[in-house]
Design a binder for this molecule. Structure first.
Ligand SMILES: Cc1cc2nc3c(=O)[nH]c(=O)nc-3n(C[C@H](O)[C@H](O)[C@H](O)COP(=O)(O)OP(=O)(O)OC[C@H]3O[C@@H](n4cnc5c(N)ncnc54)[C@H](O)[C@@H]3O)c2cc1C
Length: 63
């Protein structure tokens, strides 16, 4: 997680947490062992909300 070195958070699966548990396990294994990931996880990172919040603040400043 951004800003907290070594902290990994695998949650927020909503109604697909059982279905996606296997790929979540694979991704966590790769992250823990600093190995390349089989897919881009950027859209799922917690800081995506930060980017959205920054955009909203900018939009408010322009208004
Ligand atoms: C009604 C419903 C239907 C669903 N149907 C499906 C489905 O068909 N297919 C599918 O893929 N997914 C489904 N899901 C989603 C799936 O159940 C969840 O995504 C999955 O269980 C999440 O697993 P988890 O281990 O991350 O969290 P959880 O299963 O929520 O486990 C978290 C555990 O941590 C414990 N805990 C919380 N806080 C603390 C604390 N402070 N200290 C100690 N322990 C704590 C909780 O008691 C719980 O046992 C459904 C969910 C619901 C609610």
């Amino acid at each position: 997680m951004k800003g907290v070195d070594g902290y990994l958070n695998a949650c927020g699966h909503f109604r697909t947490g059982i279905l996606t548990s296997a790929i979540t396990g694979v991704l966590l294994d790769k992250l823990v062992n600093n190995e390349p990931l089989p897919l881009d996880i950027t859209p799922f990172l917690a800081d995506r909300f930060e980017v959205k919040a920054e955009a909203q603040v900018k939009a408010l400043e322009l208004a």
